[in-house]
Structures are given as structure tokens and as C-alpha cells.
Design a protein around this ligand. Structure first.
Ligand code: GAP
Length: 514
């Protein structure tokens, strides 16, 4: 199973490159680690994901507005936010393989293995007891499972306490006690654990002027916090309200693997929702619910999502969870939902000396709002879509195909128009159809090769609809509309094409469901 999924990731990476979705950055110079470029179809898909998020979060909410803040910010921003002091990963090296790991990830992977054992016990018992199986009772009374649970709790408690109090030596001891071995060398010969800051820095201004160190932002959220008052005042926003933005973020990830899952330059789609202190848990539950609905509306599979509550809360949070997605590497974080308290606004008040408060007319007083944040990585969302969309299939006529079953609303090309042959006025008719559809949809014209091969090419880039123009089309004004997922074909009048395709690929229809 693990192998199959490894294979899936490899296939997705190869397919993404071959069909113009994702390229290694500066590939002609052998690339640069964990940095990627999006090609002609990748950038369309990315834009469509952004539009779906922006519409759902901003356009659908009267009390949420969007901004676009700069990547460079005053360096004090990052002292106030805690990133200079605390945005670190605890790293450990295996002395034999020279491979570097995050110490907490090594321990979490070990815990996941124990959870795997619990799931195996449950599956075995389910098989044995059939319909009479009571899962809740089984997991609380089965001796082995109780023992595994105790082990997990003890490991988690020790890890949490070591991280919170910055006792790196305790993390190493835990790794040694759990007999965790390096996946490459198989040895348990570890270095000490060290903290490593993830922010990239550079200089702004010329050296002659006395250049200042600035950071490439590691999250877009701080651009929202520092603009809290600007937006609240100019937009006459009342609590509760939100500020959203989409933009690049940069982290010097040491263990950058797994394609676009963990990158050094990536994009985030973040929304900070400002609420009255004391109301934050209600809004936290609200946004958990809203965000999971947004994901599930895309139809990538209900079972592909789960919530994971954080044990180790970040320095700014009083509650936090991840929406995890079943990537080819297993369930991993796709989006974070965090109740950030008033940590950020208060810190910026302190460091800037400016008040960042809201006057609440109902309460007749000023307060620093609390914040509930939703934060999703655009590139991870891209990978979630690509990896669940990638299918190798045999069609009813026995032919094989690789198809990307990307949700139609997000597909890079919506309609391909294909003249059956390159003469007899069919290309002209096809172009006429495109000239009408191109105002509404991203269309593609293709006249090369046999029609079957052209369908395969469109399947490979995930085009939901192909329109074939034949000799009859010139006489009866009808074309063949082929559905990517079922490969079924039907004749429809050219005059109905636009309305038909619009309904099938409409983001608005999808937005109504969430
Ligand atoms: N403002 C909160 C924040 O930045 P985070 O959990 O560190 O929280 C939010 O990041 C999301 O950004 C993650 O859920 C993930 O989707 C994405 N993300 C974080 N680091 C990433 C990386 N190195 N490469 C790609 N996406 C990343």
C-alpha cells in the first residue's frame, strides 16, 4: 500500500511536468530545492482555486473584505509577532546517513505507527464480531488498545512539555528511548537537537545608507494585523468582521520534500476574523464548519478529510486544529484553523506604541479584538486536487487512458473544440464556436491527430468537455459534447452549448451549496 501511494506521488509529479502543470524552478541549472514554477495549465488551476476561495470567503460575506499587503514589512513586525525568537524547528541529524529530520516529526511518525496498530486491532475485531461489534466499548476495554493509548498519551505529554519549555535535550532522550531509527541508515546514532529559525532575511537600502535587515514574510497574516485599523476605519467595519488575503510566504524549510507539499516559497490564502473577546470559541467552531464544507463541496471524497486537534499549541493560540487531507503520503495538514486570542494585535500595540482597538458601541468601551484565523496553503490545495484527480482507467471500448478528474469548476481548460477533420469548413465552424465561448470559458482548439488521441490529450489535462464538429454540424447546427468522466457523448445544438457548459462549470452553482 505504502509503495502504491509512493508510486502515485511519483506519477503525479511526472504528469504535472509532462503536461505543463508544475516545473522545477530554474530546471536548466538543475533546479533549486523546494522551489517550483507553475506552467500554463498549473497557473490556470491555481487561479481557479484562488477565485473559488476568494469568492467563498470575501464575496459571499458582507463582513469580510480582502487586501493585498507587501511581502516586505518593517523588521519590528517579526519581533512583535514572535517569529524572530520562536519561529524555529527543532532539528536532529543522523550521524551515519547525514540526513536531517525535525525532532517532533520523528516522534509524531512514531505515534502514528502506534495508532496504526490500534486501527489494525479494531479492524480485526470488526471482522471477528461482525454486526454485534461495539467499537466504543472495544476501544475502552481491550487491554492492548488501552496500553497503546497510554503509550501515545505519555509520548505526547513528554513531547509537549519538552517543546514548551525549550528542553531540547529531553526531545533527544525521548527519541532514544523510543528507539527511533533513521529511515535511510537504520541507525540510532543521533546528534543533539538544535533550534533553527525558518525566516529568510535580506538587506533593504544601500550599504552606504546603513542597510537594514528585512525578512521575507513567513506568513501573510501579519500584513493583515498591521492593517487592522486602516481597514476597520476606512471600511467602517463592525466586530465581528474579517480581512482576507492571498499571497506569497517564504520559509527556509530544512526538510523540504514531497514535491509542492513543503516548499520554501509558497502561497497562502488566509483570513483573520476579529471577534469580541469571549466569543472566540463560538467563531472557532463556526469557521471549522464553514471551511470543511468548502473543501467537501469540491467532491474530492468525503473520506479524504479529517480534523486533527493540536496538542502543541503555537505561541499565539488558545485552540487550533488542522484540516488534514489524504495525500499520497497519508493524512497531512492542508489547512490550519487557529484561535489566536489577542496575541498579535496586543504585541503590535506594544511594539509600535499605537492603539489597535475597536470601540464597541453596544459595550460602550474599547477593546483589543480576539482573532480566529483560517489559513490554507494554495500549493497544498493544488496537490490535494492533482493527487485525487489522477486516474488510470480502462474505458468500455478497452482503451487505456490517464485522466485528471479535476472538479469541472477548477479545470484549467473548460472546453476543447475539435473539428473532426482539417478541411471541408469544419475548422472554420470550430473557430466560430470558440469565438463565442471564449468570453465565458478558457477554451482550446485542436485539429491535430485522430479524434481519440485528441480526447486523450484533453483527459490528461482535465478538460471536462470536448465539443466535436463534424459534417452534420454544418447542416443541422448540432455538435457532439463529450463528458470527460463518463466518456459519454451526446448531440446538442450549438446554440445551447454556452448555457449548458456554464451550468456544468459554474463556481456560482458550487457556492450556493456551501
Ligand atoms: N498564519 C498561520 C500560519 O501560517 P501555518 O500552519 O504555519 O499557519 C498555514 O501555515 C498553511 O500554510 C498550512 O496549513 C499549509 O497549507 C501552508 N504551508 C505552511 N508551510 C508550507 C510550506 N513550507 N509549503 C507549502 N505550504 C505550506
Amino acid at each position: 500500500m505504502a509503495n502504491q501511494d509512493d508510486n502515485l506521488l511519483k506519477k503525479v509529479v511526472a504528469h504535472a511536468k509532462e503536461y505543463g502543470f508544475v516545473f522545477q524552478s530554474s530546471e536548466i541549472y538543475d533546479g533549486i530545492g523546494a522551489v517550483y514554477d507553475y506552467g500554463q495549465y498549473g497557473s490556470e488551476l491555481k487561479n481557479n482555486i484562488k477565485t473559488f476561495w476568494w469568492k467563498a470567503m470575501v464575496q459571499m460575506h458582507e463582513n469580510i473584505v480582502g487586501i493585498d499587503s507587501a511581502i516586505f514589512m518593517h523588521p519590528t513586525t517579526w519581533r512583535a509577532s514572535g517569529h524572530v525568537d520562536a519561529f524555529n524547528d527543532p532539528l536532529i541529524d543522523n550521524k551515519d546517513s547525514k540526513k536531517r529530520y525535525r525532532a517532533d516529526t520523528l516522534i509524531e511518525d512514531h505515534v502514528a505507527k502506534i495508532e496504526g496498530k490500534i486501527n489494525k486491532e479494531i479492524a480485526k475485531a470488526e471482522k471477528r464480531f461482525g454486526d454485534s461489534f461495539n467499537k466504543d466499548q472495544f476501544v475502552t476495554t481491550n487491554g492492548r488498545i488501552v496500553q497503546y493509548r497510554d503509550q501515545i498519551n505519555s509520548i505526547n505529554d513528554r513531547m509537549k512539555s519538552a517543546i514548551e519549555s525549550d528542553r531540547l535535550h529531553d526531545l533527544k532522550t525521548l527519541i532514544e528511548e523510543l528507539v527511533i531509527a533513521c529511515a535511510v541508515s537504520g541507525s540510532k546514532n543521533w546528534t543533539d537537537v538544535r533550534q533553527f529559525n525558518l525566516m529568510f532575511s535580506t538587506e533593504i537600502g544601500s550599504l552606504a545608507e546603513g542597510a537594514n535587515t528585512v525578512y521575507l514574510r513567513p506568513e501573510t497574516a501579519q500584513g493583515i494585523f498591521v492593517n487592522f485599523l486602516n481597514v476597520q476605519r476606512t471600511g467602517r467595519m463592525k466586530i465581528p468582521f474579517g480581512i482576507a488575503q492571498i499571497g506569497k510566504a517564504f520559509r527556509n524549510e530544512i526538510i523540504a520534500r514531497q514535491f509542492i507539499f513543503r516548499m520554501r516559497e509558497f502561497e497562502q490564502m488566509e483570513m483573520q476574523f476579529f471577534v469580541k473577546p469571549g466569543d472566540e470559541m463560538e467563531w472557532y467552531a463556526h469557521w471549522k464548519n464553514k471551511r470543511i464544507k468548502w473543501h467537501k463541496a469540491l467532491g474530492l471524497g468525503e473520506d479524504n478529510y479529517r480534523f486533527h486537534d493540536h496538542l502543541n499549541l503555537a505561541h499565539y493560540a488558545n485552540a487550533a486544529c488542522d484540516i488534514e487531507f489524504k495525500f499520497p503520503m497519508g493524512f497531512k495538514e492542508l489547512e490550519g484553523i487557529h484561535s489566536r486570542t489577542d496575541f498579535d494585535l496586543k504585541a503590535h500595540e506594544e511594539y509600535s506604541g499605537k492603539k489597535l482597538q475597536f470601540f464597541d458601541p453596544q459595550e460602550n468601551k474599547n477593546y483589543v479584538p480576539y482573532v480566529v484565523e483560517t489559513s490554507i496553503g494554495l500549493d497544498r490545495m493544488f496537490l490535494a486536487i492533482m493527487s485525487s484527480a489522477y486516474k488510470e482507467e480502462t474505458l468500455v471500448d478497452g482503451s487505456e487512458r490517464t485522466v485528471l478528474k479535476i472538479p469541472a469548476v477548477l479545470a484549467p481548460v473548460k472546453v476543447a473544440v475539435l473539428p473532426l477533420i482539417k478541411k471541408d469548413g469544419l475548422p472554420e465552424k470550430a473557430r466560430e464556436i470558440i469565438d463565442e465561448l471564449k468570453f465565458n470559458f478558457n477554451c482550446q482548439y485542436d485539429e491535430k491527430d485522430a479524434i481519440g488521441r485528441r480526447y486523450r490529450r484533453q483527459d490528461a489535462i482535465g478538460t471536462p468537455y470536448c465539443v466535436t464538429v463534424d459534417h452534420d454540424s454544418l447542416k443541422d447546427g448540432q455538435v457532439t459534447l463529450r463528458d470527460r468522466d463518463t466518456a459519454e457523448q451526446e448531440r446538442i445544438p450549438i446554440s445551447e452549448l454556452k448555457a449548458r457548459v456554464a451550468h456544468l462549470v459554474s463556481i456560482n452553482t458550487l457556492l450556493r451549496t456551501i
